[in-house]
Design a binder for this molecule. Structure first.
Ligand SMILES: Cc1cc2nc3c(=O)[nH]c(=O)nc-3n(C[C@H](O)[C@H](O)[C@H](O)COP(=O)(O)O)c2cc1C
Ligand code: SF4
Length: 685
């Protein structure tokens, strides 16, 4: 198919100093969790994006010195020449497809606690970067840098830039964002210096300017020099000679970098979850930059719509369309637009599971794209699939995230696939969950897969019919996949976190009851020890019908969402909805008029009056059909059924990302030779 001329502007080249990006699609620096220890995994992950049409593909933050040590979080390094080869694998992979490779040189300053190197963290004035984020909390305070330290920092940046050039990078960054060292110099609260680097904004910006200059000196005219900077806080501070300090900083540095890469200051606003922010949410902060500099500007905002991208360029907001999450969810986004297949873009849903994998310290995972991070170690290409290994027909029972992904991938491989679901609509748990406050975009998991299935002649869809074991035996499929999901239980637990049985009394509900259309009479208590989004989202939804109290044994509402950047925003939303939050409390009973609570540490009891209790705790697999089929024994063989396999929540209940991965894995591995190990192991070079 031909490209829609409306999108032509996105395929214009852009000069970035001495190098030229072949189009406007720019994968901004984002960490992969792969570090230098997994160089092949990392190179393949980045190379696939270049193959998919991203004109520039960058690394994540790359530490320039052991005094910028983020352990135990995963980070890349370019500390000495021994690190060069690991990065060269990536630049080769990116260049193979005609794209530019960028590297974000990074010093974390007071933000990195140097847990491994045990070097006292560096900072402008010895002010700690206070963090209540578990992964960043520490008990070592930074020291103030003297003039010699600043000279050393400039030397490390220059050495990093030279090594980056040797590794084959085309664009080399100075990174002044998100609390890291050069950013700390920009803010007077952290920078209390009285020398040439502190005080008025012209002084506070001096370090960034000098970092740009030494980088330029190091790379000459071989590489473009980019500045990535967070502007949110500065934009809110009035400038002495301009509308804001952000305007002043950009004016002072205007044409010094070859490229401005502009972003927000904190992960929840920068990498904003779709639950609380729409596509293009950075625009009100970064919209002035192009008016101040003649250099190209790249910015982000979970861009997945080509029309929004064109609008950003035509309205003079951005020159290059930055993408971190959209490039993970669909590495082939640019090519799909280029080939007139924009309807096939697998749009990021803004769930931030990718961010959670970085917080987990593992290679990046994605809810929408199960091949992310698996390109090298499992050989999964996002757009290419091995043909069928047999002429077997496959029946998948259950059209939730796992069943849908399994069906799409088997169909793309060329197998005849039948997908059946008891409900009249496909989508499984997402039929309900996409209707919860803020979760509409999560419905893309269903919509993208349903659209692909409807395009395929080898797919038969059977919604609205519950299949029994006898029905399955009569359907003549070689392989049967059970993707029947899981159901919430009314289970409670003891102080030692042992299950103590279901609280099955009138007035107690689970999210499944809500999905069935029940509206529990108010006042309602929501007791959440699932800790992810469901408890908070259900409380927010029910608050529209009457008084809701949210109770959790954790220290925060939806406690695990600190991993996905959503936690502060969940609290804000619950407070706005009028939901009272009780943390560190366990529900011990309910008598139809009140719940009894116990303090998780002290054990002291209290009561909250209510008519309904919604328990959001543990899910159990729905595997009755699986068990019924296994009980058929030899009848399975007589019916020509070679295998019955559970996938997704029917195997082990979990987040949608796991269900999609499980469905994909089944489809990739069907009829494939049995591997000696689940995946190939990578080693440092
Ligand atoms: C998994 C992940 C890791 C990230 N790591 C970095 C990083 O190392 N350096 C950086 O400047 N920004 C990092 N970011 C922020 C992104 O570059 C980007 O600013 C943010 O995700 C918003 O862009 P998007 O809406 O296109 O995702 C990361 C984002 C994600 C999702
Ligand atoms: S994990 Fe979620 S937010 Fe991250 S890229 Fe994938 S779909 Fe987008």
């Amino acid at each position: 198919m031909a490209r829609n001329p409306r999108f032509d502007v996105l395929f214009e080249p852009v000069h970035i100093g001495p190098v030229t990006a072949p189009n406007r699609f720019y994968q901004v620096p984002h960490a992969s969790g792969m570090t230098n220890a997994l160089p092949q995994v990392r190179a393949a992950f980045r190379g696939v994006k270049a193959e998919g049409g991203w004109g520039v593909v960058c690394t994540g933050a790359v530490s320039i010195h052991p005094s910028s040590d983020d352990s135990p979080l995963p980070f890349a390094s370019l500390w000495d020449d021994k690190d060069i080869r690991a990065h060269a694998l990536m630049t080769d992979a990116v260049h193979r497809h005609g794209s530019l490779a960028g590297i974000e040189l990074w010093h974390g300053g007071a933000c990195t606690l140097n847990r491994t190197s045990r070097i006292a963290p560096l900072s402008p004035s010895g002010m700690p970067w206070l963090s209540t984020h578990l992964g960043f909390m520490g008990n070592l305070r930074p020291r103030a840098m003297d003039a010699g330290d600043i000279r050393e920092l400039l030397r490390w940046q220059a050495a990093g830039a030279r090594r980056a050039m040797l590794a084959g990078f085309d664009i080399v960054y100075v990174y002044a964002g998100m609390g890291y060292l050069p950013y700390e110099f920009l803010l007077p609260e952290y920078n209390r210096r009285t020398d040439a680097y502190g005080g008025p904004i012209a002084n506070r910006v001096r370090l960034v300017k000098e970092l740009l200059e030494v980088t330029r000196d190091a790379v000459g005219d071989r590489c473009g020099v980019a500045l990535r900077i967070s502007l949110e806080e500065l934009r809110g501070r009035p400038g002495a000679h301009a509308p804001s300090e952000a305007h002043e900083v950009v004016t002072l540095l205007a044409d010094i970098p070859d490229l401005w890469d502009v972003k927000m200051d904190s992960s929840p606003t920068d990498c904003a979850p779709s639950r609380f922010a729409a596509e293009g949410s950075h625009e009100p902060i970064v919209n002035f930059v192009k008016q101040v500099t003649r250099r190209p500007v790249v910015g982000v905002g979970r861009f997945t719509s080509p029309d929004v991208m064109v609008s950003q360029v035509k309205r003079g907001i951005l020159d290059l369309i930055g993408g971190a999450r959209p490039s993970i969810a669909d590495p082939f986004l640019p090519n799909k637009i280029n080939e007139g297949r924009e309807h096939e873009i697998r749009e990021c849903i803004g769930c931030n599971i990718c961010i959670s994998s970085w917080h987990d310290g593992v290679p990046v995972r994605c809810t929408q794209n199960p091949t992310a991070g698996e390109e090298w170690r499992r050989g999964w290409h996002p757009e290419r699939f091995a043909g069928p290994g047999s002429d077997s027909a496959i029946l998948i029972v259950g059209g939730g995230p796992a069943g849908l992904e399994c069906a799409v991938t088997l169909a793309r491989r060329g197998y005849p696939v039948t997908l059946a679901d008891a409900a009249r609509e496909f989508g499984g748990r997402l039929r309900f969950e996409r209707g919860l406050p803020g979760l509409a975009e999560w419905g893309r998991v269903v919509d993208w897969r349903m659209a692909r299935l409807r395009e395929r002649p080898n797919v038969h869809l059977y919604p609205g019919g519950e299949l029994s074991a006898d029905d399955v035996l009569g359907l003549e499929h070689r392989h049967v996949v059970i993707a029947t999901g899981a159901r919430w239980t009314k289970m409670l637990f003891s102080t030692l976190e042992f299950p103590v049985g279901d609280l099955d009394v009138p007035g107690v509900y689970t999210p499944d009851d809500l999905a069935d259309g029940v509206v529990p009479p108010a006042p309602v208590v929501v007791f959440d020890f699932d800790n992810y989004y469901m408890g908070g989202a259900v409380a927010e939804k029910l608050a529209a019908h009457g008084s809701v109290t949210y109770v959790t044994p954790a220290g925060n509402a939806s406690a695990w969402t600190f991993m996905t950047n959503e936690l502060p925003l969940v609290h804000r939303a619950l407070t706005k909805a009028g939901v009272a939050i009780h943390t560190l409390r366990r529900v011990t009973g309910f008598d139809g008029t009140a719940v009894t609570l116990a303090d998780v540490y002290a054990g002291t009891e209290s009561r909250i009056g209510c008519r309904s209790l919604v328990i959001v705790g543990v899910r159990r697999s729905t595997d009755d059909l699986y068990e019924a089929l296994l009980a058929q024994g030899a009848a399975l063989e007589r019916a020509g059924i070679a295998s019955v396999t559970r996938i997704g929540d029917a195997l082990a209940p979990g987040a949608i990302v796991h269900a999609v991965h499980g469905g994909h894995r089944y489809a990739r591995e069907l009829d494939a030779p049995v591997a000696a190990a689940p995946y190939s192991r990578d080693f440092p070079v």
